[in-house]
Design a protein around this ligand. Structure first.
Ligand SMILES: Nc1ncnc2c1ncn2[C@@H]1O[C@H](COP(=O)(O)OP(=O)(O)OP(=O)(O)O)[C@@H](O)[C@H]1O
Ligand SMILES: [Mg+2]
Length: 236
């Protein structure tokens, strides 16, 4: 996940332009690594451990001036702004909220620091084809954040977004059918995304399928190969 985040940040439009002198390039690379390291490792720890991780990482890079973190801010305060090549407050990415009467109540997403942060990391990872698994207590906003990211990616025109809800009754055959329906048949047994697009699949409530006789969950087995744990979402 650390490597995927670095790859994704470096490939953002403009990231490698106008950096200026060599020293700044070094600084940008070091800070991008730190940001990716914090999220790659720290994103998946629970709330109790976050403070310990913060204390540990704050002093870890003291010897390297380029990687030093801005003092007095917690680890999760900044994101790597690839336009200015500096760690910048997440506030910069926070959209203004305005109430729209036409949006159904359950589709309303009020931007918070966490919807912005988790949404951004999820989006960056999906851009480089890295699977994302979100865990967290019920009602913390996992579905809301993922839906918002998927809507945004679909609007970009680069992705075909598919949403599936797993339930106790979901079977592996049905799972395969739903995924294949969204793909184009390239050859007799080869399916793929429409030309120029990527298919991204959001599976909600992935833990739900009931266990089979040996204790496995067949729909999950089908997708397991492409799934890695990335972070733990806590209350918004
Ligand atoms: N930032 C937000 N703005 C508006 N509504 C939100 C926001 N975050 C969560 N909600 C609302 O809170 C409720 C619970 O959120 P959500 O369904 O995303 O939680 P969840 O983590 O997916 O829970 P579960 O594990 O039970 O599926 C939903 O009605 C959702 O619309
Ligand atoms: Mg949910």
């Amino acid at each position: 996940m650390v490597c995927s985040l670095i790859e994704s940040l470096f490939s953002m439009p403009g990231a490698m332009e106008k950096i200026g002198e060599k020293l700044k390039v070094r600084n940008f690379i070091c800070q991008t690594f730190i940001f990716s390291y914090i999220w790659g490792l720290g994103g998946n720890i629970n709330e109790d451990s976050r403070e310990k991780f913060d204390v540990y990482v704050q002093s870890q890079f003291d010897d390297c001036a380029d990687a030093r973190l801005p003092p007095g801010q917690d680890l999760w305060y900044n994101f790597m702004d690839t336009q200015t090549h500096r760690l910048t407050s997440w506030q910069k990415l926070m959209p203004e909220y305005s109430y729209d009467k036409k949006v159904p109540f359950f589709d309303i997403l009020v931007p918070t620091l966490d919807t912005v942060r988790f949404g951004y990391i999820m989006e960056r990872l999906l851009y480089v084809g890295h699977p994302v698994l979100v865990t967290g207590d019920t009602g913390v906003g996992k579905t809301a954040v993922a839906k918002n990211v998927f809507n945004g990616l679909e609007k970009s025109g680069l992705f075909v977004a598919v949403t599936m809800n797993f339930s106790a009754q979901t079977s592996s055959v049905r799972t395969q059918e739903i995924i294949e329906l969204k793909l184009e048949r390239k050859k007799k047994t080869l399916f793929g995304a429409p030309v120029g697009k990527k298919v991204i699949i959001f599976i909600d409530d992935v833990n739900m399928p009931k266990l089979e006789i040996y204790g496995a969950q067949p729909p999950i087995e089908l997708i397991r190969k492409r799934c890695y744990c990335t972070w733990h979402l806590v209350a918004l």
